[in-house]
Design a protein around this ligand. Structure first.
Ligand SMILES: NC(=O)c1ccc[n+]([C@@H]2O[C@H](COP(=O)([O-])OP(=O)(O)OC[C@H]3O[C@@H](n4cnc5c(N)ncnc54)[C@H](OP(=O)(O)O)[C@@H]3O)[C@@H](O)[C@H]2O)c1
Length: 288
């Protein structure tokens, strides 16, 4: 099995990455150092996770120890929804770059297609009634994202949580200079996203799957939510291979088993982010 995906820029994105959301600062620094030692090279970060400083410290320590070289790492970050104005894109980006103690990123994503008006508070997620759409849209701020590529500050740009119509709008943008190379989306057996993946692949856009285990520790869990890691049908496939449900290395599932896994689709999302649902460009009103 290939260990990386080749992006449309020809850059190689390692297939397995370490997610950094929801980790506390102290545990994350240690986790990143251990991850580098055991071979992880792809790290998925975001300004909103509020822990990029610790990721940066861990990376710098490992580079100094000569455990890894910068050019062998694939570091991703994401523009938060409060930075949806062209000049603010640079501001949001610089904060991530400084916290990560790097001079370039391998991939920078627009975290969500819907922006809100600028606020100092990094985490507006509890302020539903106050959220109003930004004046500029993802179509406007894409130009500021493109400038980051032109200035050598990021190797490639992409999107996250975009539906296929939003990607189509971006691809048809007059004067588009740099295409999105990745769409990072929630993807697991309860939400296999076959059609969106097909659409992205047919346009040369790679997919990164987030919450692949169903995000047991997600924010706002509901008691009626299904529990992916407890699914008896998935457990049966795992048991057949003498593995736990969450294990992904050292073995291969048959095409038939992969087909069975994708038949568990119930269109269930761990991250619906309903508090964004009144905003312009909320992505999940569309099926694909
Ligand atoms: N672009 C976006 O909008 C977006 C949204 C969500 C996530 N993401 C990215 O995707 C990454 C992963 O997503 P996620 O954290 O939401 O969901 P996830 O990886 O599906 O689930 C994480 C949960 O799985 C548990 N887990 C991990 N390994 C396990 C194992 N071997 N056995 C049993 N349980 C295990 C973890 O438990 P412990 O905590 O005990 O390890 C944690 O509760 C994030 O860190 C972030 O980088 C992006």
């Amino acid at each position: 099995m290939a260990t990386y995906v080749e992006l449309s820029t020809k850059a190689k994105m390692p297939i397995v990455g370490l997610g950094t959301a929801k980790s506390t600062a102290a545990e994350l620094k240690e986790a990143v150092k251990i991850a580098i030692d055991v071979g992880y090279r792809h790290f998925d970060c975001a300004y909103i996770y509020q822990n990029e400083k610790e990721v940066g410290e861990a990376i710098q320590e490992k580079i100094k120890e000569k455990a890894v070289k910068r050019e062998d790492l694939f570091i991703v970050s994401k523009l938060w929804i409060t930075f949806f104005e062209k000049p603010l894109v640079r501001k949001g980006f610089q904060k991530s770059l400084e916290n990560l103690q790097l001079d370039y990123l391998d991939l920078y994503l627009i975290h969500w297609p819907c922006g809100i008006q600028y606020m100092d508070n990094i985490h507006p997620l509890n302020e539903e009634s106050n959220l109003s759409s930004s004046k500029e849209t993802f179509m406007d701020i894409w130009e500021a994202m493109e400038k980051l590529v032109d200035e050598g500050l990021v190797k490639a740009i992409g999107v996250s949580n975009f539906n296929h119509l939003q990607i189509e709008r971006l691809l048809n943008k007059p004067g588009l200079k740099h295409k999105p190379v990745v769409n990072q989306i929630e993807c697991h057996p309860y939400l296999p996203q076959k059609k969106l993946i097909q659409y992205c692949h047919s346009n040369g856009i790679a997919i990164t799957a987030y919450s692949p285990l169903g995000s047991t520790d997600r924010i706002w869990p509901s008691p009626d939510d299904p529990v992916l890691l407890e699914d008896p049908n998935i457990k049966a496939i795992a048991q057949k291979h003498n593995k736990t449900v969450a294990q992904v290395f050292d073995f291969k599932l048959s095409d038939e088993e992969m087909e069975t896994l994708s038949s568990f689709n119930i269109n269930w999302r761990a991250y619906k982010l309903k508090l964004f649902s009144h905003l312009r460009d909320y992505p999940f009103h569309e099926e694909i």
